[in-house]
Design a binder for this molecule. Sequence first.
Ligand SMILES: [Zn+2]
Ligand SMILES: [Zn+2]
Length: 309
Amino acid sequence: MTNREIHVRFCELGKESRRIVNELVAMLPEIARLEIFKDYGCASVYEYACKYAGLSYAVVQKALWVEEKLVEAPKLKEALREVGVHKVALFATLANAQNDAALADKVKHMSKPALQELSKELRGNATPKMTIDLDAELQFLFNKIKKQLGIESDQEALKAIFKAHLEQKDAMKQSHKKVQNIPGDEKSKNKKQLSEAKNAADTQPTKSHPIKAPSGEHISVSRYIPAKIRKEAISKTNGKCTYPTCIKTFENLHHQDYFAHTHNHQNLVPLCKVHHEYAHNGLIQGENPQLTLSNETNYYDELYRKARR
Ligand SMILES: [Zn+2]
Ligand SMILES: [Zn+2]
């Protein structure tokens, strides 16, 4: 077997093994309810699950707990067979008859980190807060700069200070680059362009679209986002993920109005990986992203969801 063949076989078996474990776990509540374990020399369902399937105490406990919690969420319970108990358990205390279908859809299509974030947010624990103690010297400096800036609000003043600092750093970087721009550096430049283009790839990996401009002439809009437009989009949030409560640096530029449909680079939204998943799973809609637990996805979202699986 070649290395590639070994790897492919390993992944196939891994997938199969996860499917089997999910099936076994889904059977546990019934085994417990009917006390089937007693007929086979076991004192509890825990002992039975360990003896006959090698399942750990923690997994059995989770499976029984989830079963108990999901009485009003049959769709989410059913999804357990497909995605396993761990993803479903994240929503066990949140699920109800109203959100059952939406949550079942999310556990089937989203990654574990994104689901963890969603669960946190639905429980109201997602707003980050940071407290910094300022000693006398720092308070003096802060008040002095605030006065110079003429800004009353502490938050607005801090924003202005940080922004000025970043802009200054950017300007320094730019002038440094100009000095360093020596011939023979093409290779690294190409590499950078490639990674930028990859990052920019959103819903559909299309190279270029000849489209008709309003004036009548044909123009070609490339999937590659020009540096200027890219920079504009990122500067709107200073490189932060656009999602209001997120403190991560953006990782993807998301086409809010679906690139493949409109062929332009307007409405580019910088998002981290997790919130990009939100966007393609019907959780973020509109210009200013707020969480909506909906199942509204379009054709391009479906492409994204398929590619992720
Ligand atoms: Zn996207
Ligand atoms: Zn984010």
